[in-house]
Write a protein that binds this ligand. Structure first.
Ligand code: PLP
Length: 400
């Protein structure tokens, strides 16, 4: 009798990966499926980054590195924080991990005791609550409202913080909504956090570079230096440099926390891949001009997707500031009936209907903690996106 750990009982596998897998299986079975579930850019890793990895292999950078990352990459990250975020971190205040997900996981494992709460605004990136549970903590979900642009208000943040709060997770631009907080909005939340000195701030800045229409990205430790000593500023190369497969994330923060995370890492995964570290160093130290071009393509797709989804009967989609997701409401479809006679009772019913009737794979809002919505990733080619929107319109129009 194989007995698994009780701590696994409360957590579920990543639903976004599940949707992607289901769509892939349907495709493999010969069905015409358009996947809008994936959270990765369809662009390729830049050539100079690939070349740096090839060079690293031939230069013999194929051995263990220090657990927290190579000195030269940690320096490159410190330089990046200074350059992009006006944040001063010494290399000893920087850790490199096997992906952004791993950064957050190490931080939670290193800090959470049973009973500790993590405040997570919803809709949230699917891994925050489950990682919290896995680390022995308790997620404290705070729902945001579409009317507020899916942004946490200072009042709601204040009300969510209690004596057991260990962390507040902040994610801008957001997965799954694409919502990004202006400097004033960040400052207002920081002012609340300033009044709660026992609370740590986990800022997940993974989509920093993917913003539109001249939006200026800011991060809590930059906006309010009084929070610097208890903020972990998390980032990575996955999204900006189209490097999801290389598995490199990183963070800057107080040295004691970075040391604790390094201890966890040294006894679990050791250093991140040495070759990927060399590639990440080339990415961070190299040209960034390709970003403007890619963002322009993302912005065009965003505008098209928002327009076409709003043209579908029963959907309502706001225009987000960043990332490559939109999060339309499907409230207008709930209670309607499909041509096969099935009533749509939830956003899961809606995305299942889109997948089964039209071969369009999106992810239900309940996976992200807010219903009735669904997430569309527009990190896919424009023709597929246009066709997917047409099919969604058709599916919505076929309901009675
Ligand atoms: N944070 C957010 C908000 C994300 O959306 C993702 C990836 O989907 C990550 C972190 C993790 O990225 P990585 O692939 O580097 O683990």
């Amino acid at each position: 009798d194989l007995r698994l750990a009780q701590r696994l009982d409360a957590i579920k596998p990543s639903p976004t990966m599940a949707v992607t897998a289901k769509a892939a299986a349907m495709k493999a079975a010969g069905q015409d499926v358009i996947g809008l579930g994936a959270g990765e850019p369809d662009f390729d890793t830049p050539d100079h980054v690939k070349q740096a990895a090839v060079d690293a292999i031939w230069a013999g950078r194929t051995k263990y590195t220090p657990a927290a990352g190579t000195p030269s990459l940690r320096q490159a990250i410190a330089d990046k924080f200074k350059r992009d975020n006006d944040l001063t971190y010494a290399p000893e205040q920087v850790i490199v991990n096997a992906g952004g997900k791993h950064t957050l996981f190490n931080a939670l494992i290193a800090t959470l005791d049973p009973g500790d709460e993590v405040v997570i605004p919803a809709p949230y990136w699917v891994s925050y609550p489950d990682m919290t549970l896995l680390a022995g903590g308790t997620p404290r979900i705070v729902e945001t409202r579409a009317e507020d642009g899916f942004k946490l208000t200072p009042g709601a943040l204040d009300a969510a913080i209690g004596p057991k709060t260990k962390w507040v997770v902040f994610n801008s631009p957001s997965n799954p909504t694409g919502a990004a907080y202006t400097r004033d909005e960040v400052a207002a939340l920081c002012a609340v956090l300033e009044r709660h000195p026992h609370v740590w701030v986990m800022s997940d800045d993974m989509y920093e570079h993917i913003v539109y229409d001249g939006f200026t990205f800011t991060t809590p430790a930059q906006v309010n230096p009084n929070l610097y000593d208890r903020t972990l500023t998390c980032n990575g190369v996955s999204k900006a440099f189209a490097m999801t497969g290389w598995r490199i994330g990183y963070a800057g923060g107080p040295e004691a926390l970075i040391k604790a995370m390094t201890k966890v890492q040294s006894q679990s995964t050791s250093n991140p891949c040495s070759i990927s570290q060399a590639a990440a160093e080339a990415a961070l130290n190299g040209p960034m001009d390709f970003l403007a071009q890619r963002n322009a393509a993302f912005r065009d797709r965003r505008d098209m997707v928002v327009r076409e989804l709003n043209a579908a009967e029963g959907l309502d989609c706001r225009t987000p500031e960043g990332a490559f997701y939109v999060f339309p409401s499907c409230a207008g479809l709930i209670g309607r009936t499909t041509p096969e006679g099935k009533r749509l009772d939830s956003d899961l019913d809606v995305v299942t209907y889109f997948l089964e009737s039209q071969g369009v794979a999106a992810v239900h809002g309940s996976a992200f903690g807010l219903s009735p919505f669904f997430r569309v990733s527009y990190a896919t080619d424009t023709d597929s996106l246009r066709e997917a929107c047409r099919r969604i319109q058709e599916a919505c129009g076929a309901l009675s």
